[in-house]
Write a protein that binds this ligand. Structure first.
Ligand code: CA
Length: 231
């Protein structure tokens, strides 16, 4: 069974915006909940443990500002990060948004890339939340609590050394680790292990990732080491 990513609630009254956001978050593996009014958003919050909220500023009936106040006043929901979506030129509103307890804001029109980066940052900021125990890179998700790795929604079963290697690589994507650095961090008896062993286990990890994905995730830096870096 594929694991679901963090739960994100989008409250946005404009259908095209709602669909665009929902689509892009789904692709990233998030479990998306949609509401087109603040009232509907509140109902979802009562029934579901949401990890992060994207809240449009201009909503019919109750404004995004008021919804944010309500969320931050309720002790059951106040620790959920709220990212306000504001239209350009609402500078004062942005400040007021943060005054009401919004954790971040993003100005429309925004790039999807920027939005996703803010979402990741928002999820990282919640301490003790299970989302902190979920490491993701592109289509790879590592659930550190359940010890499950999935790629494109399919679980893969890694050996303990491959799991440790992936964990190190995924914590800092695109950073190149030397064989010695990986050896030291993964093998407790690093002095007795040859660096070539790192190559063997990276090879196994790569094979397992490639079995479920067309994307080449592990980059080899010849004569040096490896990084998790989509080519
Ligand atoms: Ca709106």
């Amino acid at each position: 069974m594929p694991i679901k990513g963090p739960k994100i609630l989008i409250v946005e009254d404009e259908p095209s915006q709602l669909e665009l956001l929902s689509y892009n978050l789904n692709v990233e593996g998030y479990d998306v909940y949609k509401a087109d009014t603040g009232e509907e958003g509140q109902l979802i919050l009562q029934e579901t443990e949401i990890d992060l909220i994207l809240l449009d500023w201009m909503l019919p009936h109750t404004s995004g500002l008021e919804i944010c106040r309500q969320i931050k006043r309720n002790k059951l929901t106040k620790s959920i990060p709220v990212i306000m979506l504001t239209a350009r030129g609402e500078e004062d509103d942005k400040v007021r948004g943060l005054d009401t307890g919004a954790d971040d804001y993003i100005v429309k029109p925004y790039s999807v890339k920027e939005l996703l980066a803010r979402v990741r940052a928002g999820l990282r900021s919640t301490n003790g939340d299970h989302s902190v125990n979920l490491l993701t890179y592109e289509q790879i998700t590592m659930d550190l609590i359940r010890h499950i790795v999935s790629v494109n929604g399919s679980d893969i079963h890694l050996g303990p050394l491959e799991y440790k290697l992936l964990r190190i690589l995924i914590e800092t994507p695109a950073r190149v680790f030397s064989r010695d650095q990986l050896l030291e961090r993964v093998w407790s008896n690093a002095l007795e292990v040859e660096t070539r062993t790192v190559d063997v286990h990276i090879g196994r990890l790569r094979k397992q990732l490639n079995a479920v994905s067309d994307v080449e995730y592990i980059r080899t830096v010849r004569g040096f080491g490896y990084s998790l870096d989509k080519a």
